[in-house]
Design a protein around this ligand. Structure first.
Ligand code: AMP
Length: 424
């Protein structure tokens, strides 16, 4: 039997990549908290019905991509394919919007879709996102879109375009639906199998087809089906974005795959990512979702960014931090007799905030020094027989290749001094 490997479509976060990972999550929390959003964390699995009702049967996500299982109690559960439905469920279940509207929340975590894996597309991937729940106002749409832009700017990522569209309200979409049916029905023979099925369930999704044979180019536009009120709403969002100096391109074909979107829909596209994988993140207003889930009608808007794709671009553009060393200092004993004294020195250093690895193994000192270098340590503190007897330690500056013996109470200062000198 071959040794085990990670399941297809998943990936491991390894220590060298952890600084960039943490940076990205930190930047997202910082930017969103600057706007009054607070962290929420919801379960990685929910009742399957929640996604069926919320994301919608007839969508690829629900029909083909969900990881669904039956638990021991015979309940059908599903690993969350996206974050909005769970966050909305949590906010409304705990009645948070009764006190504050809109309720502003940010989240981060893994999502699961049984998609075909390729570059930038995984079966377990990660998103950072926000939801603003309980208010419908163009200014809130602007806030969310602008915050996404600020997040990308804070990551230092360039070359990102904002695609903007409106999906109108329910009546607009019913009118649009009829217009699309009128257009596509005579062309049904040229649609793929999936789209023939989609056409009757939700013709908007036909516009999203990855195997489209150019038919969508001539298809009617949502803008022609909008009521006056929806047109005014969309105009106010655009004005707000102009005032916020957030550039955008209108894209009347941007429909997004999920059922519950209304009014504003947007995506951030990056030119260096190819095809369907060019979207770094996207979001929109989901005014019909709460009702679809069985809660009182509650409007909301949010976005989600793909962490792996952002890190790919940030890595290529050199804006993500490099791997961080495991420690600042390594404390080594020369032989096992000094292990307790070395351990005590390590304790002192850690208490003083120095990231310290203790090497009290019985390996030879030159091997210990090599390991200290590999760990990225800038200082090695050596406790040999003489040092232990005198209650001292030798502080070796690995950068400058100097060393000095110090009494135990001076070691922390000496290490701090060496680290400062090295950092200069
Ligand atoms: P969505 O929830 O489909 O709107 O996706 C939002 C963002 O999540 C996308 O723009 C991608 O950056 C990311 N994303 C979606 N699906 C995947 C996937 N299978 N693998 C990696 N990232 C994904």
């Amino acid at each position: 039997m071959p040794p085990p490997s990670a399941p297809k479509g998943t990936h491991d976060l390894l220590p060298d990549a952890s600084a960039a990972w943490r940076w990205l999550h930190g930047v997202h929390a910082e930017v969103t908290e600057l706007h009054g959003y607070r962290l929420v964390d919801t379960p990685m699995f929910e009742h399957t019905e929640l996604f069926e009702r919320g994301v919608g049967t007839g969508t690829d996500v629900v029909d083909k991509e969900m990881y669904t299982f039956t638990d021991r109690g015979g309940r059908s559960l599903t690993l969350r394919p996206e974050g909005t439905v769970g966050v909305l469920r949590a906010v409304l279940e705990h009645r948070l919007t009764e006190e504050v509207r809109p309720l502003r929340a940010h989240y981060a975590g893994p999502m699961f879709r049984a998609d075909r894996p390729q570059k930038g597309r995984y079966r377990q991937f990660h998103q950072v996102g926000v939801e603003a729940i309980g208010e419908r106002a163009p200014a809130l749409d602007v806030e969310v879109v602008e915050m996404g832009r600020r997040f990308l700017d804070a990551l230092g990522i360039t070359g990102v375009g904002l695609q903007l569209n409106t999906l109108g309200d329910l009546d607009d979409r019913l009118r649009y639906r009829e217009a699309l049916l009128g257009y596509y029905r005579p062309l049904v023979d040229r649609l793929c199998d999936d789209c023939r099925r989609r056409l009757e369930i939700n013709p908007l999704r036909v516009l999203d087809c990855k195997r489209d044979q150019g038919l969508s180019v001539e298809a009617p536009l949502i803008t022609d089906s909008l009521s006056e009120a929806s047109t005014a709403y969309f105009a106010a969002v655009q004005e707000g974005l102009v005032a916020a100096r957030v550039p955008f391109s209108l894209n009347p074909r941007l429909v997004r795959g999920l059922d519950y979107y209304a009014h504003t829909a947007f995506e951030y596209w990056h030119s260096s990512l190819q095809g369907a994988q060019n979207s770094l993140g996207g979001g929109g207003r989901y005014d019909g979702l709460a009702e679809a889930l069985g809660f009182p009608a509650t409007p909301g808007i949010g976005y989600a960014f793909g962490v792996e794709r952002l890190l790919l671009i940030a890595g290529e553009q050199g804006t993500a931090p490099a791997a961080e060393p495991a420690c600042d200092a390594v404390v080594c004993s020369i032989d096992p007799a000094q292990a307790p004294a070395a351990a005590e020195v390590a304790r002192l250093l850690r208490a003083a905030g120095v990231r310290t690895v203790l090497d009290a193994s019985d390996r030879k000192i030159d091997r210990k020094l090599r390991t200290a270098n590999r760990l990225g340590a800038r200082v090695c503190v050596i406790v040999g027989e003489e040092e232990a007897r005198e209650g001292a330690a030798t502080v070796k500056d690995l950068g400058r290749r100097t060393e000095e013996r110090h009494a135990a109470e001076r070691v922390v200062d000496a290490v701090h001094g060496a680290l400062r000198g090295n950092a200069a």
